[in-house]
Design a protein around this ligand. Structure first.
Ligand code: FES
Length: 168
């Protein structure tokens, strides 16, 4: 069903935190402090539909001053090299990486202390995760952040076969 689909091109990013859930994320709200987001698409009738039927759809969004986001981040999939989005699902055992205790500028998984660097493509900088978090291409549409394509790498929890099928 559509609420379980992974992010689809054109989806709008909305807040996933309990206090603001469903509100459209404004670029001015973003900073080096991780913001959790859901992709919001449309149902068959054209009404807004938050894709939270699958907890693996939660995303992490950051904004850094220009020049701080560097390779291996795909800069073309960011907004002006300043705003970047990733899957929030840890590549180690599938926990949601962000929690409400996240320190500014940090991305540390609460389950086994896996750490990622969002300025460098969410490469693993500590703990057991086997690979980076998948980057999700985004762009601006007016003052909304929208999904610009599918994940650039295989996000947890697709199997390799599911991932290959999705790319076709
Ligand atoms: Fe994230 Fe283990 S699930 S470090």
């Amino acid at each position: 069903t559509r609420d379980k689909m992974p992010p689809v091109e054109g989806d709008v990013l909305v807040h996933a935190s309990a206090s603001k859930e469903g509100e459209i994320i404004k670029p001015s709200e973003l900073s080096e402090q991780l913001i959790r987001a859901w992709p919001m698409g449309k149902d068959k009738e054209g009404n807004n539909l938050i894709r939270k039927g699958d907890p693996n759809n939660v995303l992490a969004v950051f904004r850094y001053p220009k020049g701080q986001i560097v390779a291996p981040t795909n800069l073309e999939a960011t907004i002006d090299g300043e705003i970047v989005a990733y899957s929030d699902i840890c590549t180690h055992a599938g926990c949601s990486v962000s929690d409400d205790d996240q320190q500014e500028g940090q991305m540390k998984c609460p389950c086994h202390s896996g750490q990622y660097d969002p300025k460098r493509g969410c490469i693993v900088v500590g703990g057991p995760p086997p690979r980076p978090l998948a980057q999700l291409p985004i762009k601006m549409d007016g003052d909304k952040l929208v999904v610009a394509g599918f994940f650039l790498e295989n996000p947890y929890p697709f199997t390799e076969a599911e991932w290959e099928a999705r790319k076709e």
